[in-house]
Design a protein around this ligand. Structure first.
Ligand code: ATP
Ligand code: MG
Length: 279
């Protein structure tokens, strides 16, 4: 019995073949080679067509489109769009409580010992919110959409660089925080045309409620939300109620397209909107 060789399996996977099909078995080597050639040729043809269709008619990736749609939705909803640096100081990470013991610490890409590529948007948003809170009546609504970086093992659900959309609202009545957090999450989920999700609430005496948005059929975490007053607030000189939620945009696109992996949807030289470029 002959199975596809490792190289053949890798090539088929690259071209989007499902694992079951890569596991086919053949009674002779010749039969296997023949089938591989037929399959590869037809896949390359189909993939070229997809790429041509993308370049001629679509021209904007789904993550890019979602970024724009979300920006419009949130600005219309009264939120101010923030564009903050990708390179942040190590001290701002420390102010987020990310010390040696924190699980995120080992995932940080350091740039010159003192700076790093931001693994999250929260430190920059804390900083901007603190400054805006000084000049407003106490209500600040901000969001940012942009790359975050984490050293990951690059599985199907994680990339080293991914697009985060983080929304934060300050100065709302304490009793409304929970409902507002879900409302903000729903704005994003609606824009992403996602309906199969649940909110998973965890209550911690120290940190208050945290809410994860989870895609139910796959158990994939789509977002994490939190609320304040929070023990970290004093480090940022923020003295307000707040809610915040951060979504990974590639994950939102990925759940709408089971064939696409995280790596093919993010920033890449190998793929365009999930379609292989090197065919
Ligand atoms: P996970 O437990 O799935 O690794 P997390 O809890 O570490 O995620 P958060 O810090 O809560 O992630 O980040 C908010 C959101 O950003 C996640 O819910 C997810 O949608 C997205 N995200 C986080 N890490 C990655 C990654 N490496 N690649 C792609 N998206 C990610
Ligand atoms: Mg999380």
């Amino acid at each position: 019995m002959f199975l596809y060789s490792e190289t053949q399996q890798r090539r088929l996977k690259e071209l989007g073949v499902r694992s079951e099909e890569c596991a086919l078995s053949f009674s002779t080597r010749e039969e296997r080679e023949k089938q591989f050639q037929i399959t590869e040729r037809s896949l390359v043809k189909a993939e070229r067509k997809r790429l041509q269709h993308f370049c001629q008619d679509v021209r904007r990736s789904r993550v890019s489109k979602l970024e724009r749609d979300l920006s419009d939705v949130l600005v219309n909803e009264g939120f101010v769009e923030v564009r903050s640096p990708l390179l942040i100081s190590g001290s701002s990470l420390a102010k987020m409580g990310i010390d040696q013991e924190h699980p995120l610490h080992s995932q940080v890409f350091w740039v010159d010992g003192k700076k790093c590529l931001r693994p999250m948007l929260a430190p920059n948003l804390y900083s901007v919110a603190r400054d805006l809170l000084r000049i407003t009546d106490g209500v600040v609504r901000i969001f940012e959409i942009g790359s975050c970086f984490r050293k990951e093992s690059q599985g199907a659900r994680h990339a080293n660089e991914f697009t985060m959309c983080n929304i934060a609202e300050f100065g709302l009545p304490e009793a409304q925080r929970h409902a507002r957090l879900e409302e903000l999450a729903k704005l994003v989920l609606t824009a992403a045309k996602t309906t199969d999700y649940t909110f998973e609430v965890e209550t911690s005496e120290v940190y208050g409620d945290t809410i994860d948005v989870v895609h139910k059929p796959t158990d994939l975490e789509l977002a994490s939300g939190a609320m304040g007053p929070h023990p970290l607030d004093s480090k940022w000189r923020v003295n307000s109620t707040w809610v915040g939620v951060g979504f990974g945009l590639e994950r939102l696109v990925m759940i709408g397209d089971k064939e696409c992996s995280m790596g093919s949807l993010g920033r890449s030289l190998g793929y365009m909107d999930g379609i292989r470029l090197t065919i």
